[in-house]
Design a protein around this ligand. Structure first.
Ligand code: HEC
Ligand code: HEC
Length: 462
């Protein structure tokens, strides 16, 4: 009995000691701290166990700082791209409208939401928020778009204001395409969801609002009517990140050459990014920030000198872009780190049948052969995850536009965030059932109806 009590006492003491060590960042009692370190096996102390002043503590501090800086860059940095979106395209003038020093009718909040722009509810002043709820804020008045822009509430869009409240210029941020909101306040208005693709966002229609599309028509060597046609042809949740390299606006059967916006979550552990595996995350971040957002930075990739494959890039020297000052390169490390920290979100409870999903897991790993390429838990290929168009049974239009001419195995976690807009790089499969049907043919596997249903439930559970 006494031995039992003693044992309980020791366990309780140890537990108290552990809790204290785990939650008190700086141990006040040096003797206790050193005793703790002696009894803890190497590698189990966790981040809060790092001894202050040690290199372990430095790593932890650095990691936190990288996340903080990277988040700020991802959400708020324009990299000086307002010189393009405002300075050259004058997009801000179309948003403001004639009444506020711009041109045309202006962009009302209702229209902005319709174009898929999202509003960060945490940035909306309380008074405006209650006005929206009460219906006293006129969502058809562009003045209210300006008010939201002024407080940085429109995700991915940064307005630069004049002292008189008019808008002077506008820039865009990574979050524009790779974030959405949880709709907790109203449809299109809520808390940020970084990394989730905005499959409502009509990038092309927004860009086409700009009064001056000449920079695109000069670049591509077509008239502005053609530029407008291409931009407005993309539709919601889509963008073409290679058009300014190869000038190819249309794919097979005259279909537009855009891809669906991919997530920027769940990428840690992955080699090669984008649908056609152009490079690593920092490679692509530099590519996008300089050549797509038109920020001021440095980017070079000699592969773009290939005038057959990338005629526009080769002509305009996009293989070697240099700007002084460089507003991008100093931010690449933290931006990379932040993106790798964004987990793939879990599907909402009740959005799939758990029993069917667990049966479907066996189909995925076995009969359907999915895990030969989508290796869990990454659900992409460890190593070089690239496959020919033929291997996955589709045309090679998009893969042929990339340096390696192949498709990268898409990581499958968080699939539920991209049901809207469809699956595969161009969203050609509207449902997961269609994806499974497609693979049956390509991989020459035969699944019965129940296996197919279970497999789809498993995909929904990822
Ligand atoms: C105008 C919309 C848009 C903006 C703004 C944008 N992206 Fe993207 N992003 C895309 C599209 C489209 C792709 C897919 C390109 C492809 O496969 O050809 C992509 C791909 C990516 C990928 C690869 C995802 C994967 O599955 O491998 C990453 C990472 C990424 N973007 C990060 C960023 C960062 C960081 C920024 C800001 C510097 C940014 N993007 C700005 C549209 C955008
Ligand atoms: C030969 C390798 C390979 C096999 C086997 C394979 N996949 Fe894929 N998977 C890919 C590639 C490559 C892509 C990217 C295709 C694209 O974007 O056009 C992809 C894309 C997908 C997507 C679309 C993801 C998105 O967000 O667009 C789904 C879903 C998917 N695969 C599920 C499966 C299932 C289910 C199986 C088994 C029946 C399977 N895959 C077997 C290589 C493979």
């Amino acid at each position: 009995m006494i031995r039992k009590l003693l044992l309980i006492g020791v366990v309780a003491l140890l537990a108290a000691f552990w809790t204290r060590q785990a939650f008190v960042a700086e141990p006040t009692d040096a003797a206790q701290a050193s005793a703790f370190q002696q009894t803890q096996p190497v590698g189990t102390s966790g981040s809060s166990g790092a001894k202050p002043g040690s290199f372990d503590a430095e790593i932890t501090r650095n990691a936190q700082q990288m996340i903080d800086e990277g988040r700020k860059t991802f959400r708020f940095d324009t990299f000086g791209d307002e010189a393009f979106w405002g300075g050259q395209l004058r997009l801000h003038q179309a948003i403001a409208g004639e009444k506020f020093g711009g041109v045309g009718a202006g962009l009302s909040p209702a229209k902005a939401l319709e174009l898929g722009l999202k509003v960060d509810s945490e940035m909306v002043p309380a008074q405006v928020a209650s006005g929206i709820k009460a219906g006293t804020v006129d969502l058809n008045d562009p003045a209210n778009t300006l008010a939201l822009l002024k407080v940085d509430a429109v995700i991915g869009v940064k307005a630069f204001m004049e002292p008189n409240g008019n808008i002077r210029s506008i820039g865009i941020q990574c979050a524009l395409c790779h974030s959405t909101v949880d709709d907790s306040f109203a449809p299109g208005i809520g808390r940020r969801l970084d990394g989730w693709p905005n499959r409502d966002l009509n990038v092309g229609a927004i860009v086409a609002l700009a009064p001056n599309l000449k920079p695109f028509s000069d670049l591509l060597g077509v008239d502005t009517a053609t530029v407008t046609k291409v931009l407005t042809g993309w539709g919601p949740g889509r963008y073409d990140a290679e058009l300014d390299k190869d000038g190819k606006a249309f794919g097979p059967n005259g279909r537009n050459a855009s891809t669906v916006l991919p997530p920027a979550f769940g990428l840690a552990g992955m080699n090669l990014h984008t649908y056609a595996g152009w490079g690593s995350v920092p490679y692509w971040n530099a590519y996008v920030a300089t050549t797509q957002m038109h920020g001021k930075g440095t980017f070079f990739d000699p592969r773009l000198k290939d005038a057959n494959k990338f005629p526009v890039a080769a002509k305009h020297g996009f293989d070697n872009i240099r700007n002084t000052p460089d507003l991008i390169t100093p931010k690449l490390a933290a931006l990379h780190f932040y993106q790798l920290s964004i987990p793939a979100p879990k599907p909402p409870a009740g959005s799939f049948d758990e029993a069917a999903a667990s049966r479907g897991e066996k189909v995925f790993m076995g009969a359907a052969k999915c895990s030969t390429c989508h290796v869990p838990p990454l659900f992409s290929g460890p190593g070089w995850p690239m496959h020919s168009a033929k291997e996955i049974g589709i045309d090679d239009f998009q893969s042929a536009r990339s340096p390696d001419q192949m498709y990268r195995t898409t990581p499958l976690r968080g699939l539920f965030t991209r049901e809207k807009g469809g699956f595969y790089h161009d969203g050609r499969f509207k449902t997961l059932d269609q994806v499974v049907e497609h693979y049956q043919k390509v991989l020459a596997v035969t699944l019965n109806d129940e296996q197919k249903r279970d497999l789809v439930q498993y995909l929904k559970s990822l």
